[in-house]
Design a binder for this molecule. Structure first.
Ligand code: GTP
Ligand code: SPV
Ligand code: MN
Length: 599
């Protein structure tokens, strides 16, 4: 389809405006076909961006520019009219001023390049929870990855043509080509010219200068979280940074669990884990984002708005995440910033088979023990979710799946116990609002530092986070039947001992905690009420067959009162940032925690 074939004046004039500003050599309206995917992949191979791999089948290897390796939170802006509506956790910029900056940056920015217009759906096209987007981009890499991560289709274009609402997404790598100028494998702009901007009031995203992940695949964090969180606030639903899993007990009972952990803190791993406990089964609905609405029966239903996984490669092995390895063995994947082996395969740290040598993500020769990593710590694979051997039968159900439990968590070397159940919804929101985690390589800057990351949404909430807390509280308060609300838990797989070793084996062993959560949702499973919440009673966790010293078990399952008392002033300072936008209920929760810790 061509621009001249479009009939919808809103759509047509929006695209035409950007064509006039960006002056691409040509415009292609995408249709989501295999031929289009292959064509773009071939273009990328010819241009030196992709290398076709020998294994897995139908897969490509890609290296980004050394400077363009992760989300750039410092260059990410929420351009609401009022600064207070972006809130203390976002970088705000005046929308009109930002449009001016962007107009200058985008002028002529697609010279020498093709403009692709990608019609995509977040969620199954027919789902009442799904939403549509159109992404304009000058990157064939983005087209290929959007094919894997979203539902790109002519059907969506037809619906938008017929007047369906859509989110306007515009992306450029920000590297125009002069006449006869040769392209580079990974065009992008320097950090100070990168702008990942969101206009929540008009539901628009404009991204300039980066080709990597969440900066460029605009359906993911920019739309499905930053813009969707605003839509969810306005329309009374939830757009969350959560995996969704289906948990089946040996008796065949099913519960659905959604879990919010910050970036690179274990969502993909938990979503497709292979339980170590006999008879238990985990199946995947989603590994990163959940959109949830209340159904007519008063339960909260979740869909995974994505169609693929954009997963952290390093650490993925048969030991840690066998189902991810099996998903990738199915082929049709893109690997970005891993190492590449001499026989046309990929390599990353902790992979099952270590090659004698490879070429690392920076094009340098690599050997085991050479002292450098073969893969960038934020190296990622892109692969269709449908290939996952444990994808749940319901994963594309347009109605979504009913959520029984929410898990919050993050990386905490100290203080935070293995598992904790909220006393009620309000206490659960308090647990979400006080989440903190040691930062990872998923964003540029700050790795290892502890930061508050409420609901794992700090980088992704498109509005004032104080209002976001209020939204969560409101949904709980307005629930037709509070007994049908998901139960809320806090987990921590990342506790360390004095030598810096993990106290908890994690991965498939996390099912022991899931089992306790399953039982608690059924009104069973034993717990002790403590100052911070309901912790598993000493004998409530099934630790059968696990080597865990009594001392470690005690550390994992008890309340470090001194540690919690020391955390209180930090929570106070964290809450103070929200000023009068902090819901009173949360200040009261903090006071209640204080007095419980002191009694
Ligand atoms: P994003 O895609 O950035 O949102 O990350 P994610 O939350 O999906 O994290 P992922 O599952 O990819 O895990 C990130 C890193 O944490 C990987 O290196 C994993 O090996 C490691 N990890 C995941 N689960 C566990 C666990 O239970 N214990 C330990 N020690 N490490 C884990
Ligand atoms: C994350 O950082 O949480 C991711 C990767 O899932 S990205 O798509 O780059 O945001
Ligand atoms: Mn994520």
């Amino acid at each position: 389809m061509q621009l001249s074939d479009l009939r919808n004046p809103v759509l047509k004039s929006w695209i035409q405006e950007w064509v006039d500003l960006c002056t691409p050599d040509q415009v292609v309206i995408c249709d989501g076909s295999q031929a289009e995917y292959d064509h773009c992949a071939n273009l990328l191979v010819k241009g030196g961006t992709f290398v076709k791999l020998d294994s897995p089948a139908n897969s490509y290897y890609c290296r980004s520019d050394l400077s363009d390796v992760a989300r750039v939170e410092d260059r990410t802006f929420i351009c609401s009219k009022a600064k207070e509506d972006a809130g203390p956790t976002n970088h705000w910029h005046d929308p009109e001023e930002m449009r001016g900056i962007l107009r200058d940056l985008f002028r002529g920015c697609m010279k020498g390049r093709t403009m692709f217009v990608i019609p995509f759906s977040m969620g199954p096209v027919e789902s009442p929870i799904a939403k549509f987007g159109m992404e304009i981009t000058d990157s064939a890499y983005v087209v290929v990855n959007m094919h894997l991560m979203t539902r790109v289709s002519a059907k969506v274009a037809a619906k938008v043509e017929a007047g369906a609402e859509f989110v306007k997404c515009v992306h450029s790598v920000g590297a125009p080509l002069a006449e006869n100028q040769a392209d580079v494998p990974w065009p992008c702009a320097p950090i100070e010219r990168k702008y990942i901007t969101h206009f929540p009031e008009t539901r628009e995203i404009i991204s300039f200068g980066s080709g990597y992940g969440g900066n460029a695949l605009l359906g993911k964090k920019c739309f499905a979280l930053r813009i969707a969180s605003v839509q969810a606030r306005d329309e009374g639903w939830l757009a969350e940074h959560m995996l969704i899993l289906k948990l089946t007990s040996p008796e065949g009972q099913v519960k659905f669990v959604a879990a919010a952990f910050p970036s690179a803190c274990g969502k993909t791993n938990l979503a497709m884990m292979e339980p170590s406990l006999p008879g238990w089964r985990v199946e995947t609905v989603g590994d990163d984002i959940a959109w949830m609405k209340f159904g007519p029966d008063g339960r909260l239903y979740a869909i995974n708005p994505e169609a693929g996984f954009f997963g952290v490669a390093p650490g993925t092995s048969m030991k840690s995440n066998p189902n991810a390895v099996r998903t990738l063995a199915g082929g049709n994947a893109v690997f970005t910033n891993t190492g590449i082996t001499l026989d046309g395969g990929v390599y990353w740290e902790e992979m099952d088979e270590v090659p004698e040598s490879c070429v690392d993500w920076q094009r340098r020769p690599w050997r085991p023990g050479c002292g450098r990593k073969a893969a960038h710590p934020n190296a990622r694979f892109t692969v269709p979710a449908a290939q996952c051997p444990v994808v749940a039968a319901e994963w594309e159900d347009p109605a979504g799946v009913p959520i029984d439990a929410f898990l919050f968590g993050g990386r905490r070397a100290g203080v935070v116990p293995l598992a904790n159940e909220a006393l009620d919804w309000e206490h659960g929101v308090f647990l979400g609002a006080t989440m903190a985690s040691e930062m990872t390589a998923a964003a540029i800057g700050g790795a290892g530092q502890l930061r508050f990351d409420p609901f794992a949404m700090v980088p992704f909430c498109g509005y004032n986070m104080g209002d976001y807390f209020a939204h969560w509280l409101r949904l709980g308060a307005q629930a037709a039947d509070p007994a049908k609300l998901p139960r809320i838990f806090y987990v921590n797989w990342f506790r360390k001992n004095a030598e810096g070793k993990w106290l908890w084996p994690g991965f498939g062993e996390n099912c022991r905690v899931l089992k306790w959560i399953f039982d608690r949702c059924d009104g069973q499973g034993k717990a002790v009420r403590t100052a911070i919440g309901n912790l598993p009673s000493p004998d409530a966790l099934d630790l059968d067959g696990l080597k865990l010293s009594a001392e470690d078990r005690e550390t994992l399952l008890s309340v470090d009162t001194k540690g919690w008392v020391e955390v209180l002033p930090q929570i106070e300072a964290h809450f103070a940032k929200f000023g009068d936008r902090l819901p009173k209920v949360l200040a009261e929760q903090l006071d209640a925690l204080k007095s419980r810790l002191q009694s």
